[in-house]
Design a protein around this ligand. Structure first.
Ligand SMILES: NC(=O)C1=CN([C@@H]2O[C@H](COP(=O)(O)OP(=O)(O)OC[C@H]3O[C@@H](n4cnc5c(N)ncnc54)[C@H](OP(=O)(O)O)[C@@H]3O)[C@@H](O)[C@H]2O)C=CC1
Ligand SMILES: O=CC(=O)O
Length: 291
């Protein structure tokens, strides 16, 4: 199966690499074209523009930072829209809001193509290990055709119906994750300032009812102030912002998520946006400094 892949950031690079490892023919494009070189060493071809990739491939996957990037790659000059046509499918796996997905879907369909949104749950390591959870919605036939690729990139795929439902599910999940990360950070600071061992706190948490892979994986690095990026904080804050907008639309009050969003914003203002989202711990530390 020949696929195009647009966007070789932390996630896209790992996902495209998995496709290559499993025998897919992959043509890649990235805004910073030099990032394609590593994939070329593993057998990828390079398209000079998103349009060139779509022209060459029946299916094209995108994994881009945010709504403005997702829209730019489709609508800008040399974008996806210039070459999408009947018989071609476009699958956007970026985390965006439902409105962005709907706009992209309408434009693709108008040109005769088909569209699937398929954001993923799971970070750098699950992407490398092909263990993502895929939250697809849109064209059902395209979903079924994409299953061989999804099976390589993920451990489970859900089909959630009409375009927008995948984006919404992803935002709900990440709203919960961002809120949990804030509570966890406050707990680490509270333990430390109360004279308790943070490592023992991690051990206690891991043995109880709120044990979870995120605390287990991120906790030890956090207590060493190591925030090497797996999921960049700027993207988690984008997800909180988009989830809060979804809450607005549906009149759902989310004070916990709103407070977490403020902490992520504070972290961004401290220039921590490119670090892992667990670096919100540094913002929590600052806000809890004694007068
Ligand atoms: N990292 C994670 O753990 C997870 C991330 N996600 C989501 O996946 C998506 C990608 O995340 P991740 O790989 O971590 O992000 P990165 O920041 O590592 O990569 C972002 C990618 O988007 C490209 N990009 C940004 N702006 C534009 C633009 N205007 N036009 C074209 N390309 C652009 C970048 O290109 P360039 O290299 O030129 O900057 C890069 O390829 C995001 O939506 C994120 O929320 C979902 C699950 C987990
Ligand atoms: O979107 C981030 C993730 O870990 O999932």
């Amino acid at each position: 199966m020949e696929v195009g892949f647009l966007g070789l950031g932390i996630m896209g690079k790992a996902m495209a690499m998995n496709l290559l490892r499993h025998g897919f023919k992959v043509t890649v494009w990235n805004r910073t074209l030099s990032k394609c070189e590593e994939l070329v060493q593993f057998g990828a071809s390079v398209g000079e523009t998103p349009a060139a990739v779509v022209k060459k491939c029946k299916y094209t996957i995108a994994m881009l930072s945010d709504p403005s990037a997702a829209l730019a790659v489709v609508f800008n000059k040399d974008g996806v829209l210039e070459q999408i046509s009947e018989g071609k499918g476009y699958i956007d796996m970026s985390t965006v809001d439902a409105d962005t997905s709907i706009k992209i879907n309408e434009a693709i369909v108008q040109k005769g193509g088909v569209f699937l949104e398929a954001p993923v749950s799971g970070s750098k390591k699950p992407a490398e290990d092909g263990q993502l959870v895929i939250l697809a919605a849109g064209d059902k036939t395209l979903y079924e055709e994409a299953i061989p690729a999804f099976d390589v990139m993920g451990k489970k795929s859900f089909f959630l119906g009409q375009v927008g439902n995948g984006a919404k599910m992803k935002l709900v999940v990440n709203m919960i994750m961002g809120s949990m990360m804030n509570a966890f950070s406050e707990g680490l600071v509270l333990a430390d300032r109360s004279g308790l061992s943070q490592q023992i706190l991690l051990d206690v948490l891991d043995l109880g009812a709120i044990a979870n892979p995120m605390f287990k994986m991120k906790g030890p690095a956090m207590i060493q102030s190591n925030y090497s990026p797996a999921f960049p904080l700027k993207h988690q804050q984008k997800d909180m912002r988009l989830a809060l907008a979804l809450g607005d639309e549906n009149a759902v009050s989310m004070p916990v998520a709103a407070a977490a969003n403020e902490a992520f914003k504070t972290a961004r203002s401290l220039d921590l946006g490119d670090l892992d989202f667990s670096a919100v711990l540094e913002a929590v530390k600052v806000s809890k400094n004694k007068a």
